[in-house]
Design a protein around this ligand. Structure first.
Ligand code: FAD
Length: 343
């Protein structure tokens, strides 16, 4: 296993109820509970109307969800993965080449590493895909302006969403006494919006009564802009013995709240595929995994369309008109031309 060591904080705090099944399957359930993540019985959203609606997880018969202390959650997954491997190499994957024998020769922080197969779990950076000369296909220009801070007497436990004319807000607790406020919009629209400027960000927040009510007495500290585009890895060329999991395979709109569960599920299935391929000699195992990832993406796209179509206000706004009606059918996917450099 190759791990970059210290990496920056990851955004994504809402773990919906299906997360329970994944964590149990991975044998992480008790350790997860011991970490004391905040139970969320609901999420709330003012999406198709200005009225905040509660989506009660228990009424849906799915059990509760959680708002995660994400760094602690990532540490838990990391420790379990590290405990399951013979060797852990700390460093960044920098170069990759297929050998004549159909295996892989990689360079990790200058150190040569040989491998029979590769699983790309490098998230949105999709490092293996890029090192093989390909680029993820981008479906939109969504970015997130992320602001975190302390807030006193916070009683709201779930994710709260508020749609606005040029994007949408969400807020969630991150750890005791701390909360995140996130503005989601398109990168080209952000340039002319106050939320894109750290000093004017408060003006943007002030336009959302719901977000303001979650920011009473807040002291804001961090501010950053992170990519949030829907994207997918291109089809694997030929019989390459590698798989993509999690965001390296596909990134969903954060409105879906599916990213973490999807990453856990595809990682789990990749483990089965590896076993079938390497131990049982099943040459079709990786193709089956890719088929699963593709089917999941197709299902996501139709849910995504329904979700955005439910928002009928502001039909003239670029942000919403790009996502509603037939707009998505006509949107040309673009290729992510960021530098080939591993993240
Ligand atoms: C604004 C926003 C809000 C979100 N909210 C939610 C939410 O509420 N619920 C939800 O389920 N999902 C949410 N998501 C999505 C979710 O965070 C991701 O889907 C999830 O983190 C994907 O996990 P991953 O393991 O595939 O990738 P990541 O969590 O990104 O992990 C990738 C790993 O690869 C490592 N890596 C990168 N480059 C290299 C390299 N060269 N060599 C070695 N290692 C490398 C990184 O250091 C990192 O450890 C949100 C996303 C965004 C942008």
């Amino acid at each position: 296993m190759v791990d970059p060591g210290q990496s920056g904080p990851t955004v994504g705090e809402g773990l919906p109820p299906p997360g329970r099944g994944m964590l149990k399957e991975l044998g992480l359930w008790d350790d997860f509970l011991a970490q004391g993540h905040t139970e969320a019985q609901h999420s709330k959203a003012a999406w198709g109307s200005p009225i905040l609606q509660t989506n009660d997880f228990l009424l849906l018969g799915k059990g509760c969800g959680w708002t995660l202390d994400r760094p602690a959650f990532d540490r838990l997954l990391h420790a379990r993965a590290a405990a399951c491997v013979d060797e852990m190499i700390t460093g960044r994957l920098q170069h990759l080449q297929a050998t004549a024998a159909g295996e892989w020769q990689a360079t990790v922080d200058g150190q040569a590493v040989q491998s029979r197969t590769i699983i790309d779990a490098t998230g949105r950076a999709a490092v293996v895909t890029r090192l093989l000369g390909n680029r993820p296909r981008l479906e939109d220009k969504l970015v997130a302006v992320v602001r975190e801070g302390t807030v006193p007497d916070d009683t709201e436990t779930g994710v709260v969403v508020d749609a606005a004319p040029e994007g949408w807000w969400y807020s969630a607790p991150t750890s005791p006494g701390r909360r995140i406020w996130v503005w989601m919009t398109d990168s080209d629209l952000l340039r002319s919006q106050p939320a894109g400027d750290r000093t004017r960000w408060h003006q943007a927040l002030a336009a959302s009564k719901i977000m303001v009510s979650l920011a009473r007495g807040a002291r804001f500290d961090t501010w950053r802009i992170v990519p949030a585009m829907t994207q997918r890895a291109p089809a694997a060329a030929g019989s390459c013995a590698y798989l993509c999991v999690g965001d390296a395979a596909s990134c969903f709109d954060p409105a879906s709240s599916q990213g973490i569960v999807k990453a856990l599920r595809s990682g789990l299935f990749a483990g089965y595929a590896l076993y079938d391929c390497l131990i049982k000699g099943d040459k079709t195992a990786f193709d089956r995994h890719r088929d699963h990832v593709n089917a999941e993406y197709v299902a996501y796209k139709s849910q995504h369309r329904l979700h955005y179509d439910a928002q009928t206000r502001w039909s003239d706004s670029p942000f919403w008109s790009r996502r509603t009606g037939n707009a998505l059918d006509h949107a040309e996917p673009t290729t992510d031309h960021r530098q080939d450099e591993p993240a």
